[in-house]
Design a binder for this molecule. Structure first.
Ligand code: F6R
Length: 259
């Protein structure tokens, strides 16, 4: 079972998640982080940046990337990770990877498949991911593993659901500009990280959070795969926790946690 922490705000969640990362990197200067994009982890990255730790030896792997955007496009995850993670945290750019970062625009299906396989190899060569930061989409996706994704899936090309494109249209000029395809770590890849930290804020995430943490484990609810992992911390605000059946128990367990 995941440890579920219900907090007042995204800032409070960021404090807890950043402390988990701090504990890891103080123990291991060359730790391997799995990093998510989107709005949710921003408070974690800001809090971590403010700690001014030496993270130059930390290695990082992004969860996913759009297919079809130039790496220099401001909303490619290559650019987002550079802007919101690599620069503020002071990571070494050569130690930060994004799926498909070796590809050029217009890469064909074979090149995408090879890039996905190469990414899996790079994670394995780094010794695996120590701590994976996860957001969750309204569709229940983690990474860009939309409903129907195999619980054993590896890094591969996926088609984004219409709802996900609508949700992410806020980052683009129009819905038409949101790519239809992505390359994402698989659910099986994510499960191999040694620790998962799942973050979610807002009422619009409540159903996905309840499905992930308390629903049946199912490919129709991709986030539910975290129930198969032995070391998960889910940090959610009250709105995102509003459909959790055992919310009172999680609050009690956190307040009375063994010190
Ligand atoms: C991003 C990712 C996605 C997002 C999810 C939530 O790298 O893998 O799973 O975490 O779509 O996005 P936000 O945080 O923008 O609500």
């Amino acid at each position: 079972m995941a440890e579920v922490v219900i907090v007042e705000s995204a800032e409070d969640a960021g404090e807890i998640a950043a402390s988990l990362i701090e504990t890891l990197v103080l123990r291991r200067a060359d730790a391997v982080l799995g990093v998510a994009t989107g709005s949710t982890p921003i408070s974690t990255y800001r809090t971590l940046a403010a700690k001014r730790l030496d993270l130059t030896r930390v290695r990082a792997f992004a969860l996913d990337e759009y297919v079809g955007l130039e790496p220099g496009h401001p909303e490619s995850y290559h650019s987002v990770i550079h802007r919101e993670v690599t620069l503020p945290l002071g990571l070494s750019p050569s130690l930060v990877r994004v799926p498909g970062d070796s590809l050029t625009r217009g890469a064909d299906a074979t090149a995408l498949d090879s890039a996905a396989e190469e990414y899996e190899g790079a994670i394995a060569a780094a010794g695996g991911i120590d701590l994976q930061i996860l957001g969750i989409g309204a569709t229940g996706h983690i990474g860009f593993n939309e409903p129907g994704s195999s619980l054993a899936s590896r890094t591969r090309v996926k088609t984004l659901m219409h709802q996900t494109r609508l949700d992410n249209a806020r980052f683009f000029d129009s819905l038409d500009d949101v790519p239809r395809h992505c390359i994402t770590q698989g659910l099986g890849t994510i499960l191999e990280a040694r620790q998962l930290v799942l973050l979610a804020f807002g009422e619009h995430k409540a159903e996905a959070v309840a499905g992930a943490l308390e629903g049946p484990v199912s490919a129709s609810t991709p986030g539910s795969v975290v129930q198969l992992h032995p070391h998960v911390t889910a940090i959610v605000d009250a709105a995102a926790a509003s459909r959790l059946r055992f919310a009172d128990y999680y609050r009690d367990a956190w307040e009375n946690r063994p010190r």
